[in-house]
Design a protein around this ligand. Structure first.
Ligand code: NAD
Length: 706
């Protein structure tokens, strides 16, 4: 498409209307800035044009830069739209609908007036991809709304509603009418003769306020210290806004450009861009064509209102899907419903949910007492006890009553999906929908594909996940599926290192320093040590060769089940959740290691980090080798959204590539020699390492086939 067709220019009643038309979201891809500049020049040159309007066709104003351009060599533009806008001699009105983000808002800020529809959203979210706004946003926004509000908006990268944007002073007027174009033309006519032109670059009075608030930027730096650790972009955002308060406009623009270019190819920007694209890639699944007709999902049922079932019902209600809840007994049902009400009430109390919103959501969750009552639901999500016999019984009952064409999903964590599907006569409509705890909070949904699951079922389950705010990722049917299976060796190694002398607090510290919000032992205490205790017992009973973990077993047997009992790997005071190292745990560790004949030794931080993560990288390669995951990048998405892996490190496999596939493989080989079978290297890891390739590029054979 040529730049002429990406940007249209027409004159209506003496107003030049510049319309960006670059589907789907009018990103500032190649040709768009040039098109805007050409249109501006036509408007300037045309004496019949008194003022101009800049707007977007389709869904949005301009949703931002084209992210694919970042990190690639590209010539510096001879001119920028912002400079051309600055030099304009006629008033220019940005008319915003949909999104004005990043470069989109920066263009609007370089216009003289901004109007928006009530549903519009604006923001400078560049920090989320590891950079800062690079089109003058860090210099104009503080001039327009003051440095305090500007630095908050730019550092958080959040979307701001039209109403808030009006209060802040970003938007001059919210237009209520249905026809934004007509409103914008009328507005432009009203301001056509006003002089001088209000150029944001010349507005300095709000900057003066910063001078009286000397500590502003230091306070912001301190407030983000925890969340932004190991990252540069949030600090560069602050530095750029600070420059706006200290330097003349043109010099501030130079500072912004310098800070931007320092970040564009930084490790964190690469990792964040990778994560952004990996999240988009997960929606592509083999065999899925655009014209496939998917079963529509307008109503849902959840079986089992325990920890997970309750959370899943809340997810449906939160996103407007009416959901019926069925339990094993009236008591269990009452208890489950009460927990749902309590959870919502806590959110209201914390201020994260409006009372009125809760009152809309709660009635969408309807308790029922028979299978008959859910017969017409479009999807059923089963979340009963993790026992094959119970699951089979439930699926046989579902098969008997649920309408044909509905999809039947199990939230099992590890059971064989095929065996569950065989309890029905409609295996093609059965798949796994593995949520993570707490289900109403965690973003990851693994859609587990059975041998007979139809592509329509899988696609509908993935779509349902997205409709309820999840990131759905395709997973093959194997023990632990993909996310937990790739994480399992990490869990083993953390326990074995404790036996060998690394303290839980040392291991936690290494992982927090790496970027996790909490260390793995603190997380175990939060989740409750009894869950993994029970699963170890089950596994030990089934497998005589199973390697027991006597230390966490002993903790549970002593009643130390984690935070809920005031003690686990750590000790907790009744009043708060801060983990305190406990000499009692140290004693248990020493005694157990002695009894097992394991010598305790010192560990370097890097050894801890590598032993935890390399074990999982090796397992992830085995999963890919077996075709149980579609792409290495899918596993990265799972780690980001299921396990709190720091996003600015891209994901497990992206991080491993930073170390280098060969270095990872060499270490895995060495640990295989030292520790034996559990470190058996994946042949795929060996292959990739041998050719010096990237692990994150691995795709399973089935996806290469499409
Ligand atoms: P839970 O014990 O909290 O809840 C299970 C609920 O199912 C109970 O309320 C029980 O009364 C009900 N139930 C049992 N048999 C039933 C039947 N025949 N009909 C209707 N209801 C029945 O367990 P949970 O932690 O919510 O786990 C549920 C499922 O989710 C399991 O398959 C589990 O493996 C899986 N899962 C759990 C987690 C987690 O962290 N807890 C995470 C992912 C998946």
């Amino acid at each position: 498409m040529s730049e002429q067709t990406r940007v249209r220019f027409e004159v209506v009643d003496g107003i030049g209307v510049i319309t960006v038309d670059n589907p789907p979201v009018n990103a500032l891809g190649p040709g768009v800035p040039e098109g805007i500049m050409a249109a501006l020049e036509r408007g300037e040159a045309d004496s019949g044009v008194k003022a101009m309007v800049l707007m977007g066709a389709g869904r949005s104003f301009i949703a931002g830069a084209d992210i694919r351009q970042f990190g690639k060599p590209r010539p510096a533009p001879a001119r920028r739209t912002y400079d051309v806008l600055d030099q304009a001699g006629k008033p220019i009105v940005a008319a915003i609908h949909g999104y004005a983000l990043g470069g989109g808002l920066e263009n609007a800020l370089a216009c003289h007036y901004r109007i928006a529809v009530p549903s519009a959203k604006v923001g400078l979210p560049e920090v989320n991809i590891g950079i800062i706004p690079g089109g003058g946003g860090t210099q104009r926004l503080p001039r327009l709304i003051g440095p305090k509000a500007a630095v908050e908006m730019i550092v958080s990268g959040r979307h701001v509603s039209a109403a808030e944007a009006k209060t802040l002073g970003i938007i001059d007027e919210i237009v209520a009418g249905k026809d934004l174009r007509a409103e914008a033309i009328a507005y432009a006519r009203r301001v056509a003769d006003r002089r001088p032109l209000p150029r944001v670059r010349d507005m300095t009075h709000k900057l003066a306020a910063a001078a009286s608030d000397a500590g502003l930027f230091e306070t912001v730096r301190k407030s983000i210290a925890r969340k932004a650790r190991n990252q540069k972009a949030p600090y560069h955002c602050i530095a750029a806004v600070e420059a706006a308060t200290r330097e003349p406009f043109e010099q501030g623009i130079q500072t912004e450009r310098r800070l931007f270019s320092e970040l564009e190819n930084s490790d964190e920007a690469r990792a964040l861009r990778y994560a952004f694209f990996a999240e988009r890639e997960v929606t592509r699944i083999p065999g899925l064509s655009k014209d496939l007709v998917l079963p529509e999902i307008k109503s849902a049922a959840v079986i089992g209102a325990g920890t997970m079932g309750g959370g899943i019902a809340m997810c449906c209600a939160d996103f407007g899907i009416p959901v019926k809840v069925l339990e094993a007994s009236p008591e269990a049902l009452a208890k489950g419903m009460q927990r749902i009400r309590d959870n919502y009430a806590i959110s209201v109390k914390r201020g994260s949910l409006e009372q009125a919103e809760m009152e809309q959501r709660l009635p969408r969750i309807q308790p029922v007492d028979s299978y008959q009552a859910i017969a017409e639901c479009d999807v059923v999500i089963e979340a009963v006890f993790e026992e094959m016999a119970v699951k089979k019984e439930v699926f046989a009952k579902l098969d008997a009553v649920i309408k044909p064409g509905a999809i039947l999903l199990t939230n099992s964590s590890a059971l064989d999906i095929d065996a569950i599907a065989r309890a029905t006569r409609r295996a093609p409509q059965v798949a796994g929908a593995h949520f993570f705890s707490p289900a109403n909070v965690m973003k990851l949904l693994e859609v587990v594909v059975g041998e007979q699951s139809a592509i329509e079922t899988v696609a509908a389950a993935m779509k349902l996940g997205r409709a309820i705010g999840k990131i759905s990722v395709y997973a093959g049917n194997c023990d632990g599926f993909v996310a937990n299976r790739s994480r399992a060796p990490f869990n083993t190694e953390m326990n074995l290192m404790v036996e060998e002398g690394a303290s839980p607090e040392a291991i936690d510290q290494v992982m927090v320093d790496f970027g996790y919000p909490m260390g793995p032992f603190a997380v175990s205490d939060l989740a409750g040590l009894d869950i993994s205790y029970a699963s170890r017992k089950r596994r030990a009973a089934a497998d005589p060769g199973y390697r027991k973990l006597p230390i966490p077993d002993r903790l549970v047997e002593l009643g130390r089940k984690g935070q809920k009992t005031g003690a686990g790997w750590y000790r907790y005071d009744p009043s708060d959740r801060t983990p305190h190292p406990d000499p009692e745990v140290q004693r248990i560790i020493r005694e157990t290691a002695l009894a097992m004949g394991i010598e305790q030794r010192a560990f370097a931080g890097d050894e801890i980090l590598r032993r935890l993560l390399f074990s999982s990288v090796n397992e992830a390669c085995k999963i890919l080798e077996e075709g149980k995951a579609l792409r290495a990048s899918d596993i990265d998405v799972m780690w980001l959204h299921g396990f709190g892996f720091p996003r600015y490190r891209g994901g497990l496999m992206f991080w491993a590539d930073r170390v280098g596939s060969r270095a990872v493989c060499d270490q895995v080989e060495a640990w295989y020699q030292r520790y034996g079978a559990r470190w058996q290297p994946s042949s795929l890891l060996r292959d990739v390492a041998r050719r010096g390739g990237d692990l994150r590029e691995i795709k399973s054979a089935s996806i290469q086939a499409i």
